[in-house]
Every structure is written in structure tokens, then in C-alpha cells.
Design a protein around this ligand. Structure first.
Ligand code: PLP
Length: 404
């Protein structure tokens, strides 16, 4: 969908210094070669099958469907992947590319720690050195993920620059890449960043929709009527959409985190309330203030808490190829509990955003409608942190109500 400069219409591209562009061009041309190399693809498939455990099942959530009394809700079980989410598809793909380029030093950024863990896992598997950059605030919130990464052999570098968050970690990782390009590969965690990352991450995540399409034909002898996925940077969503883009039969719906409601300002929904701008070296919709400064974002789901969005999503929204809407913290928490109770599946709080939207439309649709929710990850990781996050969300809500 993108042109050779990584532009999706006006979005994407590489708004970065020349020296970084040179490094990324090299990665991009190696990626183009790898895509055509049968042995590279066979190796990727080998690890997806035997290490990650793919294909992941497509499961009809029959209890939930019965309770809601409308469209059938299917779940694409990315939560059953090794390490518990879709992120491993991408980190293995990029690590294999690094291996092909002879680069043995892997760096990555992480927010909540999920991408850091998936990268440290791939680095351990391929016997590579791994450094993960993490903002100080994030590291304090997610001590267990820091421990996991260290156990896997990664060095976690905690940074107190900027807002001590994901954005600060990305900035430092890009700096590191320029300084150490001779031996270093930067594994980026979502379908964001400068060219060629959005296209590369989409490619490695597209296995989700390739499997989904075959599985839906087996179940229903048709394509899905809806595919619904949560959107942080947009990697699980673009992977779940890829096979269906431009096909009128399948409606594609991305769910941004609505936090306390987009009207309150406490959200991470740049498509609902953002402007065209530049973040992390690419153009997209971004949450910006009146002086075009990047606004802080908020969501109960730390994996969705990002003020930008992958450029292809901005393009698809404006081109009418996919729709996007927001789900609040409270709605996501409700869906999180319902899926656990009705199906015995504890979803990641991120994935619960997509599920909540599916639950809201299912009763309005006919029984022969098939919805697929991409269940991007499992919720075990949320058990420790969710009570505190929920309390914080409620406290913020009260504060805002007072202000109004
Ligand atoms: C990281 C994460 C996300 C958000 O990232 P995308 O790139 O938007 O997919 C969603 N769900 C889970 C479980 C995650 O770990």
C-alpha cells in the first residue's frame, strides 16, 4: 500500500536526520530482499509454528454470543502465542532479519514492558545481545516485566530523560541506532516510526489475518463481516486487517483507547481528536496542543497509551478503508470481566477495548453476521496492576466531574 518512500498518501515517510535515514534504508533494502528469499520465509514460518505455537485458534465465543443475542462473536486467539500476545510475531521476524544482516546487538524500546519481553525472548532464542530502553516511570509501574527481561538475559536501561515514558525510550533507541549502526539492529514494537518500520511490522503481523481468513472460511464458508482490533500504535490491528483491506464484504474497525471519554481530554485517541503532525520520524494524526506540542495521552491500558498512530491507519481512516472509534476505560473493564466469566478467557485490558465494541454492536446485528475480535493478548499481565489502574481511573473521573 505504501510507496517506495514509505508514504501512505500524505502519511508516514521518514522525517529524520540523514545519517539515520542511511541506516534505515539499509534495513529497508535488506527487508525487500528477505521477503523474496524462500529460505528466510521458511525460517520465519518454522519459528512461528514450532516456537510461537501458530496457527492460533479462531474460537466462537458461543456463551457470550448467546447472552448478547445477535451476531456471532469469534475470537482470534493471539493471547495463546508464546509470551502471551501478538508482539512475538514481529520481534521474531525482525530478529531473523538482524541475523541475516549479521547484526548481533539488538536494541528495543518498551512502554509497559510487553515489547521489551518479546524482544528479549527473540534475542535469547537467537543468542544475541539485547538492550531494552524503558522510561523510569514505566519501569516503576512494571517491575515484573523488568525482572522478566533481565531473566531472559537483556540489559534494561532505565532512562530519566523527557517524560520518562515510551516516547523518551524511543528517542534514546533511535540515538543508539545511529551511533552503533555497524553492529546494531533496532527492533521497533509497533507499526509506527520512520520507513521501513510500518511496512515491515505489518508484514510480520499479517500472519494473523492470513490464518483468520482460512479459519473463517472453514467455519462459515465466507469472509468475516467485521474484524475489530484495538489500536495503540496499530500493529495487531494492521495484522488483523491486512488480508481484507479494500474488500467491501469485511468491515474493518479499529478501537482507540477512549480513557475517560475523548471529550475530557484524558484519552489516547489521535484519530478521534488529533491533528496531522510528526511524531517519532513519521507523519500521522497526533494528539497536539494549540502550539503543536505533543499532548500527554492517557489510557487504563498501558499498551495502548500512545499519542500517535501508525501512518497506514491514518491513511485508511481518511480513505474510508477502515473505521475507527473509541472505547472508554470503564467499557473495557466491563468487557474484561464478562469474557472472563462467560468464556473462561481473561483478555489483556488492551484487547478488551476491541471486545467491548463488538459487544456493543453484536445485539444490533443479525445472527448470521460473523464478527472477529482480534484478542491481541492475555490478561495475566494485568492482574497485578489493574486494581491500582482502575482506582486511578475512578479518581481521575471524580476529579474531572468536580472541575466541570
Ligand atoms: C502492545 C499491545 C497492544 C498495542 O499495540 P499495537 O501495536 O497497537 O498492537 C495491544 N494489545 C496487547 C496485548 C499488547 O501487548
Amino acid at each position: 500500500m505504501e510507496n517506495k518512500d514509505g508514504l501512505y498518501g500524505v502519511f508516514g515517510g521518514s522525517h529524520i536526520p540523514e545519517d539515520l535515514k542511511k541506516v534505515l534504508n539499509k534495513i529497508g533494502s535488506e527487508f525487500q530482499k528477505a521477503k523474496k528469499d524462500a529460505s528466510f520465509l521458511a525460517e520465519f514460518q518454522y519459528y512461528l509454528k514450532n516456537y510461537v505455537g501458530r496457527p492460533t485458534p479462531l474460537f466462537l465465543a458461543a456463551n457470550l454470543t448467546r447472552k448478547l443475542g445477535g451476531a456471532k462473536i469469534y475470537l482470534k486467539r493471539e493471547d495463546l502465542n508464546h509470551t502471551g500476545a501478538h508482539k512475538i510475531n514481529n520481534t521474531l521476524g525482525q530478529a531473523l532479519l538482524a541475523k541475516r544482516m549479521g547484526l548481533k546487538r539488538i536494541i528495543a524500546e518498551t512502554g509497559a514492558g510487553q515489547h521489551g519481553v518479546a524482544t528479549a525472548t527473540a534475542a535469547a532464542l537467537f543468542n544475541m545481545n539485547c538492550i531494552v530502553y524503558m522510561g523510569k516511570k514505566d519501569a516503576e509501574k512494571q517491575p515484573l516485566n523488568v525482572q522478566r527481561m533481565e531473566l531472559l538475559g537483556a540489559e534494561v536501561v532505565i532512562t530519566d530523560t523527557g517524560n520518562q515514558d515510551l516516547k523518551a525510550a524511543v528517542d534514546i533507541a533511535l540515538d543508539d541506532l545511529v551511533r552503533n549502526a555497524d553492529d546494531t539492529f533496532y527492533i521497533l514494537g509497533s507499526a509506527v516510526g520512520p520507513n521501513p518500520y510500518p511496512a515491515m511490522v505489518k508484514y510480520f503481523q499479517s500472519v494473523i489475518s492470513q490464518e483468520m481468513k482460512e479459519q473463517m472460511i472453514d467455519f462459515e464458508n465466507k469472509l468475516p463481516d467485521y474484524v475489530i482490533a484495538c489500536v495503540g500504535g496499530g500493529s495487531n490491528a494492521i495484522g488483523a486487517f491486512a488480508e481484507f483491506i479494500g474488500n467491501k464484504q469485511t468491515k474493518l474497525i479499529g478501537i482507540e483507547p477512549g480513557g475517560l471519554g475523548v471529550e475530557t481530554g484524558y484519552h489516547a485517541s489521535p484519530l478521534a481528536q488529533g491533528k496531522r503532525g510528526i511524531i517519532h520520524g513519521y507523519e500521522t494524526y497526533v494528539m497536539l496542543d494549540d502550539n503543536n506540542g505533543i499532548l500527554p495521552s492517557y489510557s487504563i491500558a498501558s499498551g495502548l497509551n500512545y499519542p500517535g498512530i501508525g501512518p497506514e491507519h491514518s491513511y485508511m481512516r481518511d480513505a474510508g478503508l477502515a473505521k475507527y472509534t473509541s472505547i472508554t476505560d470503564a467499557e473495557a473493564l466491563h468487557a474484561f470481566r464478562k469474557l472472563s466469566q462467560f468464556e473462561g478467557i481473561i483478555p489483556a485490558i488492551e484487547s478488551a477495548h476491541a471486545l467491548a465494541y463488538a459487544m456493543s454492536i453484536a445485539p444490533t446485528l443479525s445472527k448470521d453476521t460473523a464478527i472477529v475480535v482480534n484478542l491481541s493478548g492475555r490478561g495475566d499481565k494485568d492482574m497485578d496492576t489493574l486494581p491500582a489502574s482502575e482506582a486511578y481511573s475512578l479518581q481521575l473521573q471524580k476529579q474531572i466531574t468536580k472541575e466541570v
